[in-house]
Design a protein around this ligand. Structure first.
Ligand code: UDP
Length: 330
């Protein structure tokens, strides 16, 4: 299948390109490179340095490559930044998706796989989270994606030929098995890379945000899903979608690890001391978040392969320890 992958130069998108090629598909990458890395993209994959707002240009690309489906990863992802700059998030994540969907409508591309987020649930009242758990996003990032989910429902309601899947990601982690691609966010805010940076001495320490949560060890619990497992669900979806589909799936492994467990595991995996500061809670962090992923397992046959946190952290360590400056030439 000819598949346009937006954000194909980013963390998740770059892993998606690898798997799509392995599955015999023909990905085409669109990325504005504001955060993506051009050198993640294999030479045989067409690449367009284009922004989501360029509807006309996207329509041309869709036409030129006879695109049959779009995987939409391109987005801004920082909750804190979204609180400071809500319009930036609504422009990129919400208006950007609208522009892309307009281009698709013009050309008649009817399949869409969307990166949504567990942040659309906000601070849910029930745990584990199921797809029917009430969505009440508590920040502009979560809302910017929630709006796109509603837009997709509206399109599906009017166009019986349109079919989409929206995945609500929990905490994505890890890197490719061969250690050649991985996470490189500037600035980095996610726990696992920051812990590993502290292990490498790239930063002085890691601050644990809160030790007084109502969890077994007082620190927050999150559901860490390996990036390759996450991407596999997208490949299964794009191959399974048919007319009229409006599918929403949680993507997590179904249970969580606490911040302390991540630290202990990172220490074991790296064999290094991890200087730790125990700090205050970060605003807006629920005590625990983990998914019920029965729906995606049942409907798409998805089965996460890397559920052992040691393995997830070891794969991230392989990448970070061999690429201490990420994709920057070191
Ligand atoms: N966290 C932490 N210190 C950090 C970064 C994150 O203690 O420097 C905690 C954070 O409070 C959350 C968990 O680690 O409970 C995962 O945070 P991350 O930012 O990686 O992802 P989020 O859950 O916010 O999407």
């Amino acid at each position: 299948m000819n598949i346009l992958v937006t954000g194909g130069a980013g963390y998740i998108g770059s892993h998606a390109i690898r798997q799509l090629l392995e599955a015999g598909h023909f990905p085409v990458v669109l990325d504005n490179l504001s955060y993506g890395h051009r050198n993640t993209i294999p030479n045989n994959v067409p690449f367009y340095h284009v922004d989501l707002k360029e509807t006309d240009r996207i329509a041309e690309i869709l036409r030129e490559h006879h695109i049959e489906a779009v995987m939409h990863f391109a987005a801004l992802i920082s909750v804190g930044e979204s609180v400071q700059k809500p319009l930036l998030y609504y422009r990129n994540n919400t208006a950007g998706a609208v522009s892309l969907l307009e281009a698709m409508e013009r050309v008649g591309v009817k399949r869409f796989v969307f990166s949504s987020t567990a942040a659309t649930y906000g601070e849910p009242e029930e745990m584990p989270i199921v797809e029917t758990t009430k969505q009440q996003p508590i920040n502009p990032y979560g809302r910017s994606k929630w709006f796109v989910e509603q837009i997709l429902r509206d399109i599906a309601a009017t166009d019986p030929k349109f079919g989409f899947a929206a995945f609500r990601y929990f905490n994505v982690a890890g890197a490719s098995e061969d250690g050649t691609i991985g996470e490189d966010h500037q600035p980095e805010t996610h726990l696992i890379p920051l812990v590993l940076f502290a292990a490498m001495g790239k930063r002085n320490n890691i601050t644990v945000f809160g030790t007084d949560y109502p969890t077994s060890d007082g620190t927050c619990v999150r559901d860490y899903v390996h990036v390759n497992d996450l991407v596999t669900a997208h490949v299964l979806a794009v191959e399974a979608l048919s007319d009229g589909d409006a599918r929403f799936y949680n993507l997590g492994i179904g249970y969580g690890y606490s911040v302390r467990e991540i630290l202990d595991t990172a220490k074991k995996v790296t064999g290094k001391e991890i200087p730790t500061v125990f700090g205050l809670r970060r605003e807006g962090d629920p005590a625990q978040l983990f998914a019920n992923s029965d729906k995606v397992q049942k409907e798409l046959g998805w089965q996460p392969q890397h559920t052992d946190i040691d393995e997830v952290i070891a794969s991230a360590w392989h990448w970070h320890s061999t690429h201490p400056n990420g994709y920057a030439v070191s």
